[in-house]
Design a protein around this ligand. Structure first.
Ligand code: NAP
Length: 237
């Protein structure tokens, strides 16, 4: 069914059928955004959207596999046609927190797989939505990163994940610099250790981790760009 376009800002959240992404979608909808809830399995996305927005007016599930260029292009085409605007992109989808691996012996096919989703996924989603973002009065891009991608803190371990998030941080800096003149604020956010399927038990509650992402998605026009934050505070690259 086609989406009814309204006056509200539009936010696209990737990997939003569960975990931090779903909670970011909920918080952005509560703040008045129309949320495009990206999910590589549409049925799961529709269930997540219905949980957040039983009326079906504020959250629209759309199929999106960030690692599949055709899927990304199809989403961008549908959002352009049906909503005609994008104000916020939250690149949240990620895989492969490879706690079992070490850089010295890592399976490089696994590393490539992590890069396809965690780096190239975010990259191609942002590229595809850029024409709409650049028309927004308050465009924001959030790269959901991790302390694991901090060069300053790296001492070994989780090689696929850490390298993919360090590369995502580099992409954040490049896009922030290139899009500054278009007033697009691009920042990387570590949500902290969060109790999701990826984070496992013992982490902070999901709404707390999501709040730092939503902060970067809703920055005022004089807010920072090209930064790396946790809970709204800078963290070392
Ligand atoms: P999660 O519970 O594992 O959820 C990951 C989400 O990404 C799922 O919705 C998953 O969809 C989706 N996804 C994976 N590959 C995808 C693809 N190719 N296309 C579209 N969606 C895809 O993870 P999370 O803990 O919520 O993590 C969210 C973000 O926070 C990630 O970027 C992660 O690196 C970051 N982060 C998390 C923690 C933590 O402690 N949890 C800490 C630091 C950073 P499916 O359901 O289809 O698999």
């Amino acid at each position: 069914m086609a989406v009814q376009p309204g006056p509200d800002p539009v936010a696209v959240v990737t990997g939003a059928n569960r975990g931090i992404g779903r909670e970011v979608a909920r918080q952005l909808a509560d703040r008045g955004h129309h949320v495009v809830l990206g999910s590589r399995d549409l049925a799961k996305g529709e269930r997540a959207a219905a949980r957040i927005d039983p009326g079906g007016t504020r959250v629209t599930a759309m199929r999106l596999d960030v690692a599949d260029a055709a899927s990304v292009a199809a989403l961008a085409e549908r959002v352009t046609r049906e909503l005609g605007r994008v104000d916020v992109v939250v690149n949240n989808a990620a895989i492969l927190y490879d706690t079992w691996a070490r850089a010295r012996s890592a399976d490089l096919d696994e590393v490539r797989r992590a890069l396809e989703t965690n780096l190239f996924g975010a990259w191609q989603v942002t590229q595809a939505l850029l024409p709409l973002l650049e028309r927004s009065p308050h465009p924001r891009v959030v790269m959901v990163s991790s302390k694991g991608g901090s060069l300053a803190g790296m001492t070994g371990g989780t090689p696929a994940y850490s390298v993919s998030k360090a590369a995502l941080n580099a992409l954040t800096r490049l896009l922030a610099g290139e899009l500054r003149s278009h007033r697009v604020l691009v920042n990387a956010v570590c949500p902290g250790w969060v109790a999701t399927d990826m984070g496992g038990g013992g982490g902070r509650p999901v709404p707390e981790g999501a709040a730092g992402v939503v902060w970067a998605a809703t920055l005022p026009d004089d807010g920072p760009t090209g930064g790396f934050f946790r809970d709204g505070k800078p963290v070392p690259w």
